[in-house]
Design a protein around this ligand. Structure first.
Ligand SMILES: Cc1ncc(COP(=O)(O)O)c(C=O)c1O
Ligand SMILES: N[C@@H](CCOP(=O)(O)O)C(=O)O
Length: 482
Protein backbone atom coordinates (compact mmCIF):
# COMPACT_ATOMS: atom_id res chain seq x y z
CA UNK A 1 0.00 0.00 0.00
CA UNK A 2 1.26 3.45 -0.94
CA UNK A 3 0.07 6.83 0.36
CA UNK A 4 -0.61 10.10 -1.43
CA UNK A 5 -1.33 13.62 -0.20
CA UNK A 6 -4.80 15.17 -0.44
CA UNK A 7 -3.08 17.96 -2.38
CA UNK A 8 -1.11 15.79 -4.79
CA UNK A 9 -1.29 16.02 -8.56
CA UNK A 10 -2.46 13.05 -10.64
CA UNK A 11 0.25 10.44 -11.03
CA UNK A 12 2.19 11.53 -7.91
CA UNK A 13 4.36 8.75 -6.56
CA UNK A 14 3.06 7.18 -3.37
CA UNK A 15 5.05 6.61 -0.19
CA UNK A 16 5.15 3.54 2.03
CA UNK A 17 3.41 3.52 5.43
CA UNK A 18 6.49 3.88 7.65
CA UNK A 19 7.65 6.97 5.74
CA UNK A 20 4.37 8.78 6.27
CA UNK A 21 4.19 7.55 9.88
CA UNK A 22 7.29 9.63 10.65
CA UNK A 23 6.43 12.43 8.24
CA UNK A 24 3.00 13.39 9.70
CA UNK A 25 1.83 16.26 7.52
CA UNK A 26 2.69 15.94 3.81
CA UNK A 27 5.31 18.43 2.50
CA UNK A 28 2.69 20.12 0.28
CA UNK A 29 0.58 20.90 3.39
CA UNK A 30 -1.94 18.13 2.60
CA UNK A 31 -2.81 15.01 4.57
CA UNK A 32 -1.88 11.49 3.60
CA UNK A 33 -4.43 8.90 2.49
CA UNK A 34 -3.96 5.45 0.95
CA UNK A 35 -3.95 5.38 -2.85
CA UNK A 36 -7.09 3.25 -2.59
CA UNK A 37 -9.11 1.71 0.23
CA UNK A 38 -8.77 -2.04 0.73
CA UNK A 39 -12.03 -3.96 0.26
CA UNK A 40 -13.35 -5.75 3.34
CA UNK A 41 -16.90 -6.27 2.08
CA UNK A 42 -16.30 -9.87 1.04
CA UNK A 43 -14.30 -10.66 4.18
CA UNK A 44 -16.74 -9.81 6.97
CA UNK A 45 -17.26 -13.49 7.87
CA UNK A 46 -13.51 -13.94 8.15
CA UNK A 47 -13.27 -10.84 10.39
CA UNK A 48 -16.03 -12.22 12.62
CA UNK A 49 -14.04 -15.44 13.05
CA UNK A 50 -10.84 -13.52 13.79
CA UNK A 51 -12.69 -11.41 16.38
CA UNK A 52 -14.08 -14.51 18.08
CA UNK A 53 -10.79 -16.40 17.95
CA UNK A 54 -8.19 -13.68 18.51
CA UNK A 55 -10.06 -10.71 19.96
CA UNK A 56 -9.30 -7.02 19.41
CA UNK A 57 -5.55 -7.28 18.77
CA UNK A 58 -6.03 -10.05 16.19
CA UNK A 59 -8.75 -8.03 14.47
CA UNK A 60 -6.51 -4.97 14.53
CA UNK A 61 -3.65 -6.88 12.96
CA UNK A 62 -5.91 -8.26 10.21
CA UNK A 63 -7.10 -4.76 9.31
CA UNK A 64 -3.75 -3.01 9.68
CA UNK A 65 -1.89 -5.44 7.47
CA UNK A 66 -4.13 -4.27 4.59
CA UNK A 67 -2.60 -0.83 5.02
CA UNK A 68 0.93 -1.63 6.16
CA UNK A 69 3.19 -3.75 3.99
CA UNK A 70 6.56 -2.45 5.17
CA UNK A 71 6.45 -4.11 8.61
CA UNK A 72 6.56 -7.87 8.58
CA UNK A 73 3.54 -9.78 9.83
CA UNK A 74 5.05 -11.17 12.99
CA UNK A 75 6.32 -7.76 14.10
CA UNK A 76 3.03 -6.05 13.25
CA UNK A 77 1.09 -8.67 15.20
CA UNK A 78 3.38 -8.07 18.21
CA UNK A 79 2.83 -4.30 17.93
CA UNK A 80 -0.96 -4.81 17.94
CA UNK A 81 -0.85 -7.23 20.87
CA UNK A 82 1.25 -4.88 22.97
CA UNK A 83 -0.97 -1.89 22.12
CA UNK A 84 -4.42 -3.43 22.57
CA UNK A 85 -4.88 -5.78 25.50
CA UNK A 86 -6.86 -6.13 28.72
CA UNK A 87 -3.97 -4.86 30.85
CA UNK A 88 -3.99 -1.53 29.00
CA UNK A 89 -7.75 -1.21 28.37
CA UNK A 90 -9.24 -3.01 31.35
CA UNK A 91 -11.44 -5.56 29.55
CA UNK A 92 -10.76 -8.51 27.23
CA UNK A 93 -12.89 -6.85 24.54
CA UNK A 94 -10.72 -3.69 24.77
CA UNK A 95 -13.60 -1.66 23.29
CA UNK A 96 -16.82 -3.28 24.56
CA UNK A 97 -20.23 -2.18 23.33
CA UNK A 98 -23.25 -2.03 25.66
CA UNK A 99 -26.88 -1.32 24.84
CA UNK A 100 -28.51 1.65 26.54
CA UNK A 101 -32.01 0.97 25.19
CA UNK A 102 -33.91 -0.03 22.06
CA UNK A 103 -30.98 -0.41 19.72
CA UNK A 104 -29.08 2.62 21.05
CA UNK A 105 -25.59 1.45 22.01
CA UNK A 106 -22.47 2.91 23.56
CA UNK A 107 -19.01 1.85 22.36
CA UNK A 108 -16.73 2.19 25.39
CA UNK A 109 -13.51 3.62 23.99
CA UNK A 110 -12.26 5.44 27.07
CA UNK A 111 -10.96 2.72 29.35
CA UNK A 112 -7.31 3.25 28.42
CA UNK A 113 -4.56 4.96 30.44
CA UNK A 114 -5.89 8.53 30.11
CA UNK A 115 -9.67 7.98 30.09
CA UNK A 116 -10.33 9.18 26.53
CA UNK A 117 -10.82 7.47 23.16
CA UNK A 118 -7.48 8.92 22.03
CA UNK A 119 -5.73 6.08 23.88
CA UNK A 120 -7.14 3.58 21.38
CA UNK A 121 -4.92 4.98 18.62
CA UNK A 122 -2.16 6.53 20.68
CA UNK A 123 -1.15 3.25 22.31
CA UNK A 124 -0.58 1.85 18.82
CA UNK A 125 1.35 4.94 17.73
CA UNK A 126 3.71 4.61 20.68
CA UNK A 127 4.51 1.06 19.63
CA UNK A 128 4.85 1.95 15.92
CA UNK A 129 7.12 4.93 16.53
CA UNK A 130 9.43 3.02 18.83
CA UNK A 131 9.65 0.11 16.37
CA UNK A 132 10.36 2.25 13.32
CA UNK A 133 12.79 4.65 15.02
CA UNK A 134 14.77 1.71 16.36
CA UNK A 135 14.85 0.18 12.88
CA UNK A 136 16.10 3.42 11.30
CA UNK A 137 18.35 4.42 14.21
CA UNK A 138 16.54 7.78 14.25
CA UNK A 139 14.96 10.10 16.79
CA UNK A 140 11.64 11.92 16.59
CA UNK A 141 10.53 15.17 18.21
CA UNK A 142 6.78 15.09 18.27
CA UNK A 143 5.03 18.42 18.02
CA UNK A 144 1.33 18.25 18.87
CA UNK A 145 -1.68 20.37 19.71
CA UNK A 146 -4.38 19.43 22.16
CA UNK A 147 -7.71 20.71 23.37
CA UNK A 148 -7.38 18.40 26.36
CA UNK A 149 -7.22 14.72 25.47
CA UNK A 150 -4.75 14.13 22.62
CA UNK A 151 -1.99 15.69 24.72
CA UNK A 152 -2.25 13.42 27.72
CA UNK A 153 -2.93 10.31 25.59
CA UNK A 154 0.22 11.07 23.56
CA UNK A 155 2.37 11.81 26.58
CA UNK A 156 1.26 8.68 28.45
CA UNK A 157 1.85 6.58 25.32
CA UNK A 158 5.27 8.06 24.47
CA UNK A 159 6.89 8.61 27.87
CA UNK A 160 9.72 6.29 28.68
CA UNK A 161 10.19 5.31 25.04
CA UNK A 162 13.61 5.59 23.49
CA UNK A 163 14.30 8.18 20.80
CA UNK A 164 11.07 10.19 21.34
CA UNK A 165 10.48 13.67 22.78
CA UNK A 166 7.10 15.41 22.96
CA UNK A 167 6.31 19.12 22.64
CA UNK A 168 2.60 19.62 23.30
CA UNK A 169 0.73 22.89 22.74
CA UNK A 170 -2.36 23.56 24.85
CA UNK A 171 -4.81 26.48 24.74
CA UNK A 172 -4.01 28.36 27.97
CA UNK A 173 -6.81 28.17 30.53
CA UNK A 174 -9.20 26.30 28.26
CA UNK A 175 -8.80 22.74 29.50
CA UNK A 176 -10.60 21.40 32.57
CA UNK A 177 -8.70 21.26 35.89
CA UNK A 178 -8.44 17.47 35.55
CA UNK A 179 -7.09 17.66 31.98
CA UNK A 180 -4.50 20.22 33.07
CA UNK A 181 -3.48 18.16 36.10
CA UNK A 182 -3.23 15.00 34.00
CA UNK A 183 -0.79 16.56 31.54
CA UNK A 184 1.06 19.14 33.55
CA UNK A 185 1.85 16.79 36.44
CA UNK A 186 4.06 14.68 34.18
CA UNK A 187 7.64 15.25 35.22
CA UNK A 188 9.77 13.94 32.39
CA UNK A 189 12.66 15.67 30.59
CA UNK A 190 11.38 14.25 27.27
CA UNK A 191 8.03 16.03 27.63
CA UNK A 192 7.46 19.78 27.25
CA UNK A 193 3.97 21.14 27.87
CA UNK A 194 3.40 24.56 26.35
CA UNK A 195 0.44 26.81 27.17
CA UNK A 196 -0.34 29.09 24.21
CA UNK A 197 -2.37 32.29 24.47
CA UNK A 198 -5.21 31.21 22.19
CA UNK A 199 -7.66 28.44 21.29
CA UNK A 200 -6.97 24.91 20.06
CA UNK A 201 -7.05 26.06 16.42
CA UNK A 202 -4.22 28.50 17.14
CA UNK A 203 -2.18 25.62 18.59
CA UNK A 204 -2.96 23.49 15.53
CA UNK A 205 -2.01 26.36 13.20
CA UNK A 206 1.36 26.63 14.97
CA UNK A 207 1.95 22.89 14.55
CA UNK A 208 1.20 23.18 10.83
CA UNK A 209 3.37 26.29 10.43
CA UNK A 210 6.35 24.53 11.99
CA UNK A 211 5.71 21.39 9.90
CA UNK A 212 5.42 23.45 6.73
CA UNK A 213 8.92 24.87 7.32
CA UNK A 214 10.48 21.82 5.71
CA UNK A 215 14.06 22.78 6.57
CA UNK A 216 13.23 23.24 10.26
CA UNK A 217 11.15 20.06 10.25
CA UNK A 218 14.00 18.03 8.84
CA UNK A 219 16.73 19.60 10.95
CA UNK A 220 14.75 19.03 14.17
CA UNK A 221 13.17 15.68 13.20
CA UNK A 222 9.65 16.95 13.78
CA UNK A 223 6.85 14.36 13.78
CA UNK A 224 3.11 14.43 14.50
CA UNK A 225 0.72 12.63 16.84
CA UNK A 226 -2.39 14.57 16.01
CA UNK A 227 -4.92 12.97 13.72
CA UNK A 228 -3.20 14.68 10.80
CA UNK A 229 -0.99 11.59 11.10
CA UNK A 230 -2.65 8.82 9.08
CA UNK A 231 -1.56 6.18 11.62
CA UNK A 232 -4.00 7.71 14.15
CA UNK A 233 -6.89 7.20 11.74
CA UNK A 234 -6.09 3.71 10.62
CA UNK A 235 -5.89 2.66 14.26
CA UNK A 236 -9.37 4.09 14.81
CA UNK A 237 -10.84 2.13 11.88
CA UNK A 238 -10.41 -1.00 14.00
CA UNK A 239 -12.97 -0.06 16.64
CA UNK A 240 -15.64 0.65 14.04
CA UNK A 241 -15.22 -2.91 12.83
CA UNK A 242 -15.10 -4.28 16.41
CA UNK A 243 -18.28 -2.37 17.32
CA UNK A 244 -20.06 -3.50 14.17
CA UNK A 245 -19.14 -7.12 14.96
CA UNK A 246 -20.46 -6.78 18.51
CA UNK A 247 -23.91 -5.50 17.54
CA UNK A 248 -24.54 -7.74 14.52
CA UNK A 249 -24.78 -11.47 14.04
CA UNK A 250 -24.77 -11.66 10.24
CA UNK A 251 -22.77 -9.94 7.54
CA UNK A 252 -25.58 -8.09 5.81
CA UNK A 253 -26.70 -6.14 8.88
CA UNK A 254 -26.23 -2.39 8.78
CA UNK A 255 -25.26 -0.25 11.75
CA UNK A 256 -25.22 3.54 12.16
CA UNK A 257 -22.62 5.41 14.21
CA UNK A 258 -22.96 8.72 15.99
CA UNK A 259 -19.61 10.42 16.57
CA UNK A 260 -18.91 13.46 18.79
CA UNK A 261 -16.68 15.51 16.49
CA UNK A 262 -14.18 18.34 16.55
CA UNK A 263 -11.14 17.79 14.36
CA UNK A 264 -13.06 15.25 12.21
CA UNK A 265 -10.53 12.49 12.99
CA UNK A 266 -12.81 10.04 14.73
CA UNK A 267 -15.59 10.19 12.16
CA UNK A 268 -13.08 10.23 9.29
CA UNK A 269 -11.99 6.77 10.48
CA UNK A 270 -15.67 5.76 10.20
CA UNK A 271 -15.71 7.12 6.67
CA UNK A 272 -12.68 5.00 5.83
CA UNK A 273 -14.34 1.91 7.36
CA UNK A 274 -17.46 2.58 5.28
CA UNK A 275 -15.40 3.05 2.11
CA UNK A 276 -13.82 -0.33 2.86
CA UNK A 277 -17.26 -1.94 2.76
CA UNK A 278 -18.21 -2.10 6.45
CA UNK A 279 -22.04 -2.01 6.39
CA UNK A 280 -22.48 1.43 7.94
CA UNK A 281 -25.76 3.09 7.11
CA UNK A 282 -25.37 6.56 8.58
CA UNK A 283 -22.32 8.36 9.91
CA UNK A 284 -23.97 10.87 12.19
CA UNK A 285 -21.69 13.72 13.17
CA UNK A 286 -22.37 15.50 16.48
CA UNK A 287 -20.92 18.90 17.37
CA UNK A 288 -21.38 21.27 20.29
CA UNK A 289 -22.03 25.01 19.84
CA UNK A 290 -18.87 25.13 17.69
CA UNK A 291 -20.91 23.78 14.82
CA UNK A 292 -18.72 24.41 11.76
CA UNK A 293 -19.02 20.79 10.64
CA UNK A 294 -22.74 20.51 11.36
CA UNK A 295 -23.19 23.64 9.27
CA UNK A 296 -21.35 22.05 6.35
CA UNK A 297 -23.35 18.83 6.47
CA UNK A 298 -26.61 20.80 6.61
CA UNK A 299 -25.81 23.50 4.04
CA UNK A 300 -22.72 22.63 1.99
CA UNK A 301 -20.89 25.70 3.31
CA UNK A 302 -17.65 25.17 5.20
CA UNK A 303 -16.93 28.37 7.11
CA UNK A 304 -14.07 28.28 9.60
CA UNK A 305 -14.32 30.55 12.63
CA UNK A 306 -11.75 32.75 14.33
CA UNK A 307 -10.55 32.22 17.90
CA UNK A 308 -12.85 35.02 19.04
CA UNK A 309 -15.84 33.23 17.45
CA UNK A 310 -14.95 29.86 19.00
CA UNK A 311 -17.19 29.26 22.02
CA UNK A 312 -15.83 27.98 25.29
CA UNK A 313 -18.22 25.10 25.99
CA UNK A 314 -18.82 22.31 28.48
CA UNK A 315 -17.50 19.80 25.92
CA UNK A 316 -14.20 21.70 25.62
CA UNK A 317 -12.24 19.04 23.75
CA UNK A 318 -14.58 19.72 20.81
CA UNK A 319 -14.06 23.49 20.84
CA UNK A 320 -12.56 23.34 17.37
CA UNK A 321 -13.45 25.55 14.40
CA UNK A 322 -10.97 24.35 11.77
CA UNK A 323 -11.28 20.60 11.37
CA UNK A 324 -8.02 19.25 9.95
CA UNK A 325 -9.29 15.89 8.77
CA UNK A 326 -12.23 17.37 6.94
CA UNK A 327 -9.76 17.83 4.06
CA UNK A 328 -9.45 14.05 3.81
CA UNK A 329 -13.19 13.65 3.36
CA UNK A 330 -13.45 16.51 0.84
CA UNK A 331 -10.65 14.92 -1.22
CA UNK A 332 -12.73 11.73 -1.47
CA UNK A 333 -15.93 13.69 -2.07
CA UNK A 334 -14.32 15.54 -4.99
CA UNK A 335 -13.31 12.27 -6.63
CA UNK A 336 -9.78 12.59 -5.25
CA UNK A 337 -9.06 15.77 -7.12
CA UNK A 338 -5.89 16.97 -5.36
CA UNK A 339 -5.69 20.23 -7.28
CA UNK A 340 -9.21 21.27 -6.32
CA UNK A 341 -8.69 20.16 -2.72
CA UNK A 342 -5.47 22.17 -2.53
CA UNK A 343 -7.24 25.23 -3.88
CA UNK A 344 -10.17 24.95 -1.44
CA UNK A 345 -8.07 24.34 1.67
CA UNK A 346 -5.25 26.64 0.54
CA UNK A 347 -6.06 29.77 -1.45
CA UNK A 348 -9.85 29.81 -1.00
CA UNK A 349 -9.91 29.33 2.77
CA UNK A 350 -7.06 31.79 3.22
CA UNK A 351 -8.75 34.46 1.09
CA UNK A 352 -12.39 33.94 2.06
CA UNK A 353 -12.42 31.89 5.27
CA UNK A 354 -15.02 29.61 3.69
CA UNK A 355 -16.01 27.57 0.67
CA UNK A 356 -19.37 26.53 -0.65
CA UNK A 357 -20.08 23.16 -2.25
CA UNK A 358 -23.87 23.48 -2.06
CA UNK A 359 -24.35 24.27 -5.75
CA UNK A 360 -22.52 21.47 -7.48
CA UNK A 361 -23.33 17.75 -7.75
CA UNK A 362 -20.87 16.87 -4.97
CA UNK A 363 -22.94 17.99 -2.03
CA UNK A 364 -25.84 15.66 -2.85
CA UNK A 365 -23.44 12.73 -2.60
CA UNK A 366 -22.54 13.59 1.01
CA UNK A 367 -25.69 11.90 2.30
CA UNK A 368 -26.56 9.59 -0.59
CA UNK A 369 -23.18 8.06 -1.34
CA UNK A 370 -21.18 8.76 1.79
CA UNK A 371 -23.92 8.32 4.43
CA UNK A 372 -23.22 11.52 6.39
CA UNK A 373 -25.79 13.34 8.51
CA UNK A 374 -25.27 15.71 11.42
CA UNK A 375 -26.62 17.53 14.44
CA UNK A 376 -25.43 19.68 17.32
CA UNK A 377 -26.10 20.20 20.99
CA UNK A 378 -26.18 23.06 23.48
CA UNK A 379 -24.96 23.07 27.07
CA UNK A 380 -28.57 22.56 28.23
CA UNK A 381 -28.92 19.55 25.89
CA UNK A 382 -25.78 17.96 27.31
CA UNK A 383 -26.78 18.50 30.91
CA UNK A 384 -30.27 17.10 30.24
CA UNK A 385 -28.81 14.10 28.38
CA UNK A 386 -26.31 13.28 31.15
CA UNK A 387 -29.21 13.44 33.65
CA UNK A 388 -31.55 11.35 31.49
CA UNK A 389 -29.00 8.61 30.78
CA UNK A 390 -28.12 8.45 34.48
CA UNK A 391 -31.77 8.32 35.60
CA UNK A 392 -32.90 5.83 32.97
CA UNK A 393 -29.86 3.55 32.79
CA UNK A 394 -27.59 4.36 35.75
CA UNK A 395 -24.82 5.04 33.27
CA UNK A 396 -22.74 8.19 33.76
CA UNK A 397 -21.57 9.73 30.47
CA UNK A 398 -19.25 12.67 29.92
CA UNK A 399 -20.40 15.86 28.11
CA UNK A 400 -18.82 14.87 24.76
CA UNK A 401 -20.52 11.50 24.76
CA UNK A 402 -23.67 13.38 25.77
CA UNK A 403 -23.30 15.47 22.58
CA UNK A 404 -23.40 12.18 20.71
CA UNK A 405 -26.30 10.63 22.62
CA UNK A 406 -28.35 13.82 22.25
CA UNK A 407 -27.79 14.02 18.50
CA UNK A 408 -28.41 10.26 18.07
CA UNK A 409 -31.69 10.34 19.99
CA UNK A 410 -32.85 13.38 18.10
CA UNK A 411 -31.96 11.80 14.75
CA UNK A 412 -33.72 8.54 15.57
CA UNK A 413 -36.85 10.40 16.71
CA UNK A 414 -36.83 12.38 13.45
CA UNK A 415 -35.77 9.80 10.90
CA UNK A 416 -36.53 6.43 12.48
CA UNK A 417 -34.32 3.61 11.23
CA UNK A 418 -34.40 0.05 12.51
CA UNK A 419 -30.63 -0.54 12.46
CA UNK A 420 -28.60 -0.33 15.68
CA UNK A 421 -27.14 3.11 16.42
CA UNK A 422 -23.76 3.05 18.15
CA UNK A 423 -22.66 6.25 19.90
CA UNK A 424 -18.90 6.42 20.32
CA UNK A 425 -18.07 7.28 23.93
CA UNK A 426 -15.11 9.62 23.77
CA UNK A 427 -14.09 10.27 27.39
CA UNK A 428 -14.89 9.37 30.98
CA UNK A 429 -16.86 11.74 33.24
CA UNK A 430 -13.91 12.20 35.62
CA UNK A 431 -12.36 14.63 33.15
CA UNK A 432 -15.36 16.96 33.27
CA UNK A 433 -16.44 17.00 36.93
CA UNK A 434 -18.03 20.46 36.94
CA UNK A 435 -20.61 19.53 34.28
CA UNK A 436 -21.31 16.21 35.99
CA UNK A 437 -21.94 18.05 39.27
CA UNK A 438 -24.26 20.45 37.50
CA UNK A 439 -26.20 17.62 35.87
CA UNK A 440 -26.28 15.07 38.67
CA UNK A 441 -25.33 16.91 41.82
CA UNK A 442 -22.67 14.32 42.52
CA UNK A 443 -19.00 13.72 41.79
CA UNK A 444 -17.83 11.41 39.01
CA UNK A 445 -15.90 8.37 40.09
CA UNK A 446 -12.14 9.00 40.15
CA UNK A 447 -10.18 5.94 38.94
CA UNK A 448 -7.41 5.00 41.40
CA UNK A 449 -4.67 5.88 38.90
CA UNK A 450 -5.76 9.54 38.99
CA UNK A 451 -6.46 9.91 42.72
CA UNK A 452 -3.49 12.13 43.59
CA UNK A 453 -3.02 14.17 40.41
CA UNK A 454 -4.08 17.40 42.05
CA UNK A 455 -1.32 17.23 44.64
CA UNK A 456 1.51 16.99 42.11
CA UNK A 457 3.61 19.97 40.94
CA UNK A 458 2.86 21.33 37.43
CA UNK A 459 5.29 21.49 34.52
CA UNK A 460 4.24 23.89 31.77
CA UNK A 461 5.84 26.72 29.81
CA UNK A 462 3.84 29.79 28.70
CA UNK A 463 4.24 30.96 25.11
CA UNK A 464 2.67 33.67 22.93
CA UNK A 465 0.91 32.61 19.71
CA UNK A 466 4.09 33.05 17.73
CA UNK A 467 5.76 30.53 15.44
CA UNK A 468 9.24 32.04 15.81
CA UNK A 469 9.02 31.83 19.61
CA UNK A 470 7.90 28.20 19.31
CA UNK A 471 10.77 27.27 16.99
CA UNK A 472 13.23 28.95 19.34
CA UNK A 473 11.85 27.02 22.30
CA UNK A 474 12.08 23.68 20.44
CA UNK A 475 15.61 24.41 19.21
CA UNK A 476 16.74 25.47 22.69
CA UNK A 477 15.37 22.31 24.30
CA UNK A 478 17.07 20.20 21.65
CA UNK A 479 20.25 22.21 21.93
CA UNK A 480 20.22 22.91 18.18
CA UNK A 481 20.24 26.21 16.25
CA UNK A 482 16.72 27.44 15.32
C1 LIG B 1 -13.44 13.81 24.44
C2 LIG B 1 -13.42 14.11 22.98
N1 LIG B 1 -14.55 13.93 22.28
C3 LIG B 1 -14.60 14.19 20.97
C4 LIG B 1 -13.51 14.69 20.29
C5 LIG B 1 -13.65 14.95 18.82
O1 LIG B 1 -12.90 14.02 18.08
P1 LIG B 1 -12.30 14.40 16.65
O2 LIG B 1 -11.40 15.58 16.88
O3 LIG B 1 -11.56 13.21 16.24
O4 LIG B 1 -13.44 14.76 15.79
C6 LIG B 1 -12.33 14.92 20.98
C7 LIG B 1 -11.13 15.48 20.33
O5 LIG B 1 -11.16 16.11 19.35
C8 LIG B 1 -12.28 14.60 22.35
O6 LIG B 1 -11.16 14.77 23.04
N1 LIG C 1 -9.85 16.83 20.97
C1 LIG C 1 -8.47 16.76 20.67
C2 LIG C 1 -8.06 17.77 19.64
C3 LIG C 1 -7.97 17.14 18.30
O1 LIG C 1 -6.83 16.43 18.23
P1 LIG C 1 -6.53 15.25 17.21
O2 LIG C 1 -5.22 14.77 17.68
O3 LIG C 1 -7.56 14.21 17.35
O4 LIG C 1 -6.42 15.83 15.88
C4 LIG C 1 -7.74 16.85 21.97
O5 LIG C 1 -8.34 16.50 22.96
O6 LIG C 1 -6.63 17.27 22.05
Amino acid sequence: MRYISTRSLPGAAGLPFCDILLEGLAPDGGLYLPESYPDLAGRLGELREVWQREGYAGLGFTILREFIDDIDDEDLRGICTRAWNADVFGTPEVAPVTELADGLHLAHLSNGPTAAFKDMAMQLLGQLFEYELERRGRELNILGATSGDTGSAAEYAMRGRNRIRVFMLTPAGRMTPFQQAQMFSLDDPAITNIAVEGVFDDCQDLVKAVSNDLAFKQRHSIGAVNSINWARLVAQVVYYVAAWLQVTSSDDEQVSFCVPSGNFGNICAGHVARQMGLPIRTLLLATNENNVLDEFFRTGVYRVRSGAETHETSSPSMDISKASNFERFVFDLLGRDGERTAELFGATLTAQGSFDLSDGPDFARVREDFGFASGSSTHADRVATIRQVWQDHEVMIDPHTADGVHVAQDFRAREGGSEPMVVLETALPVKFAATIREALDREPEVPAAFAHLDDLPRHVVDLPKDVTALKELIAKRLDLPA
